[in-house]
Design a protein around this ligand. Sequence first.
Ligand code: AMP
Ligand code: GLY
Length: 425
Amino acid sequence: MKILVLGSGAREHAIILALRSEEEAHVLLAAPGNAGIAQDATIVEVDPFDGPAIAAFANEHAVDLVVIGPEAPLVAGVADAVRERGIPVFGPGKAAAQLEGSKTFAKRIMDAAGVPTGRAVRASSRAEAEAAFDELGAPYVVKADGLAAGKGVIVTDDRTAALAHAEQYLPSGSVLVEEFLTGPEVSLFFLSDGDTVRPLSPAQDFKRAFDGDAGPNTGGMGAYSPLPWLAEQFGSAEAFVDEVTRTVAMPVVQRLDAEGTPFIGLLYAGLILTPAGIRVIEFNARFGDPETQVVLPRLVTPLSALLLAASVGTLEDQPQPVFSDEVAVTVVLASEGYPEAPQTGRLIEGLAEAASVEGVRIVHAATAGPDAPGGSLIATGGRVLNVVATGSDFADARARAYEAIGRISLDGSHYRRDIAARVAE
Ligand code: AMP
Ligand code: GLY
C-alpha cells in the first residue's frame, strides 16, 4: 500500500515503524515528519491542516490510505475533506472528533450512552465555578472545555488554585468541574470503523515530570504495556478489555453513529479504575502518545490492514488484533526545562550506540537535521526522543531501555528513572 502519515511526533514515528515492520512492503510518505521519520519514510510537502490539499495530493500520487496522527487537524475537520473525495482516511471527522475537542460534548455522549464517568458540573462564570466547588467538594478537578495541549486539567486541594485555573479558561468558554476520582489509570485504544470496534492492548503512561509522580503534568514521560496487574483485579486482562468494550467503546460508537456522526479512527479511552468500578476520565480521538510507542511494537497483526479496514468500514471482517507475549517499555528523553520552558536547538549524540542495544528502537519526537552528512541531530522541542525496549519481562525491557538512554547525550536533558519500576519488581 501507499500510505501517507500526517504529524511530526513520536506517535507518528511509531506508526511508521509498525507499518515498516510488516511482511508486506509499503510505500510510506509523511508530512511534516521529523528527523527520525525521515529515515523511515519519504517526507512530502503537504500541510496537515489543509484537507483539500491532502485530498489532491492523495489523488495525484495514488495514495491508498491517509492516517491523521494528531488531534488538532482532526478537530479542525481535515478528515472530512479527505473522506469526501473518496480517499480512505483513518481519523474521525470534525463532529466525532469533538469527543476529544470538547469535554462538554464528551460528557453529553457518555450520559446519552450510559457510559460510567465522573459527575461533572459545567461552569460559565466564576460564581458557577464556586458553586460547583461547594457541591462537589475537594480535591477539586477543573477541566478546560476545549483542546489545551495537555494543560487543561488541574487536580488540587487548593481552592484558590482551582479557581485561578477556571478563570484562566473562562474567557474562552466554559469549564467542567468534576468529581474527584481515585485509582490506577489505564489507556485502552479501540480501532473503530463507525460501527465495529477492535481493542488493542492496555497501556499505562506516566504523566508527571519527575520520579515518584512528582512535578508538573507533562505530555507523558514514559509508558509500558501490557498491564500484568489487571489480571489480579479482573481475573484476566481479556476480561477487563471485554468489559470496557461492552460498557464504554461500543455504547459511544453506537451513539455517535445514531447521531449521524460515525467515529472512524482511533478511540482512546482514558480510564480510572476506582473502587466503585471503571470510569472514563477522558476520550481522545487519536492514538495516545507515548502509549502507542509501547502498544504497536507488541502488535502481531499487520497494522495497515486494521487501519485500512477501519477507514473503509470493513473492520467486522478483521479478526481480533493479536499481541505478542513480549512486554514493552518506553522512556522519554526531555529537554532541559521541560515542561515549563524547554531549551531547544541542542545537539543529540549517541543515537547509533543507543539503537544497538538489543530489543531497542529509538522513536523521534522532536528532532531535526543533520545539517551536514554524518552530522548530529538537534532537539527541537520539549519531548525529544522515546527509547522503546521490548523484552521477555519488565526487568529485561527496563534494563535495555535504561542502558540505551544512558548512551544518549543531550545537554541538560532529563528522564524518569522509575518507568515501569513497580511492575518489574
Ligand atoms: P485528562 O487531560 O482529562 O487526561 O486529565 C489529566 C489527568 O488529570 C488524568 O490523567 C488524571 O490523572 C487527572 N484527572 C482527570 N480527571 C480526574 C478526576 N475526575 N479525578 C482525579 N483525577 C483526574
Ligand atoms: N498519553 C496521553 C495522551 O496521549 O493524551
